[in-house]
Ligand binder design. Structure first.
Ligand code: MSP
Length: 678
C-alpha cells in the first residue's frame, strides 16, 4: 500500500493497523514503553571515544527510563556490509564474516567495560536483519518506489555515500578529507523526491520529530530545497544483502543498515499479526545518532518507512561530535582516543559523567585529558567523593556508624531545595534530552548535602550540641547524598550502587523514582570505606600538547618522605622584596588529617585559576571537616615541599602564639579565591 497522505491508518509488516498518532504517544516522556536505538557502528575499526559517547549517552537515557519505571528496550549493533569492512577483512587475509565475528567480540567488550546496558545487539549479517531488509525493499518495489537506472557520480567509501560536486571541498569529502571514487553503474533508485511534501507535513505535525532544534531547522532547509531520488543498490558486489528482484545487485549499505531498527524488533518475521515484538515495540521512541548522519535518519529513513507503510519513530536526536583540537574525533583522521584508555584512568563512571555532563547534549565538545582530570577532581574527588567521605566518616566517629532520623525531624529548606533539583532534573533535563542539565541538577543535590554539613557543623554539635540536632544534621546530609546517588545512577551506575551500599541501602533491588523522595523517618547503618575518588594533583592551565594522558599522581597515597625545608630568614625588606611574595586568598575544597601526624592537615584549595594541595600545621586547632568552604590566606609562590610524604604547594597563613594553638588569618567577608593579599 502506498500512503496517500500523512493522516490515514497505515499497515505494518504484519498487516495490523497503526495510527500515526501512535508515534505521538511514544514521544510522551512518562509512557510505559520506551524503545531506543543508537546508530550501528562500522566495524572496520574498534570503537573510539566519539562512537562510545553516543552509546554512553543512550545508556544514560535507557537507565533513566528504567528508573522511571518504563518498560525499556535498548538496541545497539554493528553495521557490517560496508566496503571498508570488506576491504579491512581482506587486508587481514580474513573472510569478511569471520572478521565481523571477531569485531563483534571487541565491540561488546568495550561496551561491557563502559557498562552500557543494551537489551539486544543486532548485526546486519544476521538472518533476521536480511529478512527484514528484503521484506522492506520488496514492499517499496511493489508500490513503485524503486526503479532501475544508471548512476554516474562521486562516491565516498568512508561515508558510504553518493556525493554531489557541491558537497565536496577542494574535490575532497569534507568529513574524511579523501578524494571520493567516480563510479558509473546500473543502480536501482528510490523515489525520495516523491516524499518531500509528506515529510514536510510530518515535520509540521510532529515538532519533536527531529531534535535538537538546530538539527530540525537544518533538515527543514534541506527538505525545502527539494529532494533527489537516491541510489539504493550497488552492482557487481558480493558483500551485502542481494536485492530480492535482482540478485546481481546488493542493497546499498545505508538502505540496508537503517532497517536494523525494525529488524531488531521483528519486522518481517512470521509472527501472527498482533502478537509480534514488532507490535509491542514499534514505533521507536528515540533514534540517537550523530549529527553527520541525521540526513539519513530524518529524510531517507522516514521516507522508506512511509513507502513500506510503517509508522515513523517518535524522535531522532542528532547529537554533536566529540572533538580533538576542534576536529571530529575519528579513526581515519588519526585523532581518536581509545575509550579503554580513558576508562583505565579512573574506571568507567568518571568518563561517563564527563562525557554526558561536560558536553551540552546536541552540541560538539572537546575532549582533553587535562579537562577530564580537572573535572574528575572538581566533581568527584572534591565534591561528591568528599560528601561520601564526610557523611560516612562523621557517622562512624560521632554515631557509631548508625544514623537515625530524629522523631519529627524536619529537613526544611534542604529537602525543598533537593526536591526542586529532582523536579528540574526530570522536567528540564532528562525529559528534554538535556543530559548535561540533568547531571548538573544531580550535582546540585550534592551541594545541598555539603551545605547541610557546613552550616550544621556536626563537629561542634558532637562536642557541645544536642544529640537530636547532631542526628538531624547527619541524617539530612545522608539523605541528600542518597538522593544524589539515585539521580546519578543513570550516569554512574556502579559508583552509585557503591554509595548506596555505603549508606546501608543495599541489597534493596534496583532504585526507582520513588527513591527520590526525601525520607523523614528511618535508620541506616553506614560504612566508612575511605576515598572513592582519590584526588589527583593536576596543575590546571598547563595544557598537554599531546593526546596522551598527563603524568599526574594521586595525592592520597601514603608516601613517606623527609620533612620540609625551613622558612626564609627575617629582617627588614623593601616593598619590592615583599611584592615577590605572592599572597592569595584560597577557598578550602576538602580537608583531611594527615595519618600519623598530630599537627598536619592536608587541604585541597581553590586558587581561582587552579586547584592545589597544601599541607598546614593546624590540626591541633581545627577539625578537618570544619575547614571545608572556609577562605584562607596562602603564600602561593613557595617552592613545593614534602611534609609526611605529601607535596605541599603553598603555605597557609596563621597566627602562631608561643605555646598556643595556631589561628587562621580570617576575612570579614570571603573574597573571591585568587584575590591578592597585600
Ligand atoms: N554505520 C553508520 C551508522 C548506520 S545507522 C543505521 C555509521 N557508523 S560509524 O561507525 O561511522 O558511526 C557510528 C556513530 O558514531 C554515528 O552516530 C556517528 O555520528 C557517531 N560518531 C562517530 N564519530 C563521532 C565523534 N567524534 N563524536 C560523536 N559521535 C561520533 O555512521
Amino acid at each position: 500500500m502506498h500512503l496517500a497522505s500523512d493522516e490515514p491508518d497505515v499497515q505494518d509488516a504484519g498487516g495490523s493497523a497503526i495510527k500515526w498518532a501512535f508515534a505521538v504517544y511514544a514521544a510522551t516522556p512518562d509512557m510505559a514503553r520506551y524503545y531506543l536505538t543508537t546508530a550501528i557502528d562500522y566495524v572496520n575499526n574498534r570503537p573510539h571515544l566519539g562512537t562510545a559517547y553516543e552509546k554512553v549517552a543512550a545508556d544514560v537515557i535507557a537507565r533513566y527510563h528504567r528508573l522511571r519505571g518504563d518498560d525499556v528496550r535498548f538496541v545497539m549493533g554493528n553495521d557490517e556490509h560496508s566496503q571498508n569492512v570488506f576491504k579491512r577483512a581482506r587486508d587481514l587475509g580474513m573472510e569478511p564474516l569471520a572478521y565481523c565475528d571477531r569485531m563483534e567480540h571487541e565491540f561488546r567488550a568495550v561496551w561491557q567495560r563502559l557498562n552500557v546496558s543494551f537489551d539486544d545487539f543486532i548485526r546486519t549479517t544476521e538472518p533476521r536483519h536480511k529478512a527484514a531488509v528484503q521484506a522492506l525493499v520488496r514492499k517499496s518495489f511493489e508500490v513503485g518506489d524503486i526503479y532501475e537506472g544508471v548512476y554516474e557520480g562521486w562516491y565516498c567509501v568512508s561515508c558510504e555515500a553518493f556525493k554531489q560536486e557541491k558537497d565536496l571541498v577542494d574535490g575532497l569529502c569534507p568529513i574524511h578529507q579523501t578524494k571520493p571514487d567516480w563510479i558509473k553503474e546500473k543502480n536501482f533508485f528510490f523515489r525520495l523526491s516523491a516524499y518531500r511534501d509528506r515529510l514536510l507535513a510530518h515535520y509540521a505535525q510532529h515538532p519533536a520529530f527531529v531534535q535538537p532544534e538546530s538539527r530540525r531547522n537544518e533538515m527543514l532547509r534541506l527538505l525545502e530545497a527539494g529532494l533527489d531520488d537516491i541510489s539504493v543498490s550497488r552492482a557487481g558486489q558480493s558483500w551485502g544483502i542481494p536485492l530480492p528482484f535482482d540478485e546481481s545487485s546488493v542493497v546499498y549499505v545505508w538502505f540496508d543498515a537503517l532497517v536494523n531498527y525494525i529488524a531488531a524488533v521483528g519486522y518481517g518475521d512470521s509472527s501472527p499479526a498482533g502478537t509480534s515484538a514488532f507490535d509491542l515495540w514499534w514505533p521507536a521512541s528515540l533514534h540517537l545518532v550523530g549529527k553527520d548522519i541525521t540526513r539519513f535518519h530524518c529524510v531517507v529513513w522516514p521516507a522508506m518507512l512511509m513507502s513500506a507503510g510503517v509508522a515513523l519513530p517518535a524522535c531522532v536526536f542528532g547529537h554533536g561530535w566529540v572533538l580533538t583540537k576542534g576536529q571530529k574525533m575519528s579513526k581515519s583522521l588519526g585523532t581518536s582516543v581509545d575509550p579503554l584508555d580513558a576508562v583505565e584512568r579512573f574506571g568507567p563512571d568518571p568518563l561517563r559523567l564527563y562525557l554526558t555532563k561536560e558536553i551540552v547534549f546536541g552540541d560538539d565538545g572537546e575532549f582533553t585529558w587535562d579537562r577530564f582530570e580537572e573535572k574528575y577532581n572538581a566533581d568527584l574527588a572534591n565534591n561528591l567523593g568528599n560528601l561520601v567521605n564526610r557523611v560516612t566518616s562523621m557517622a562512624e566517629r560521632y554515631r557509631g556508624s548508625v544514623l537515625r532520623a530524629p522523631a519529627g525531624s524536619d529537613a526544611g529548606v534542604y529537602s525543598e531545595q533537593a526536591r526542586a533539583a529532582v523536579d528540574r532534573y526530570a522536567a528540564d533535563g532528562m525529559d528534554q534530552y538535556k543530559l548535561h542539565a540533568a547531571a548538573a541538577e544531580a550535582m546540585a543535590v550534592v551541594d545541598v548535602g555539603n551545605k547541610i554539613i557546613a552550616e550544621g557543623e556536626p563537629w561542634k554539635l558532637a562536642k557541645t550540641g544536642s544529640t537530636a540536632e547532631l542526628d538531624k544534621v547527619l541524617w539530612n546530609a545522608s539523605e541528600a547524598l542518597r538522593l544524589a546517588a539515585v539521580l546519578l545512577t543513570p550516569f554512574m551506575p556502579a559508583s552509585c550502587e557503591e554509595i548506596l551500599a555505603r549508606l546501608g541501602e543495599r541489597p534493596r533491588g534496583p532504585v526507582t523514582w520513588a527513591d527520590t523522595a526525601w525520607r523523614r523517618q528511618g535508620e541506616r547503618s553506614v560504612q566508612n570505606k575511605g576515598a572513592m575518588w582519590p584526588r589527583l594533583d593536576v596543575k590546571v592551565g598547563v595544557k598537554s600538547e599531546t593526546n596522551e594522558p598527563k603524568e599526574t599522581h594521586v595525592t592520597d597515597q601514603p608516601n613517606p618522605q623527609p620533612a620540609a625545608q625551613p622558612a626564609a630568614a627575617d629582617g627588614r625588606i623593601s616593598i619590592d622584596e615583599f611584592m615577590k611574595i605572592d599572597l592569595r586568598v584560597a577557598r578550602v575544597l576538602a580537608a583531611e588529617r594527615v595519618p600519623n601526624s598530630k599537627k598536619l592537615i592536608k587541604l585541597s584549595i581553590d586558587l581561582g585559576t587552579e586547584q592545589r594541595t597544601v599541607v598546614a600545621g593546624i590540626a591541633e586547632a581545627y577539625e578537618a571537616d570544619a575547614l571545608v568552604g572556609r577562605h584562607v590566606a596562602i603564600v602561593a609562590n613557595l617552592k613545593p615541599a614534602k611534609l609526611m610524604g605529601i607535596e605541599s604547594n603553598g603555605m597557609v597563613l596563621a597566627a602562631s602564639p608561643d605555646g598556643g594553638k595556631p589561628m587562621l588569618v580570617a576575612f570579614d567577608t570571603p573574597p573571591e579565591p585568587g584575590t591578592r593579599v597585600r
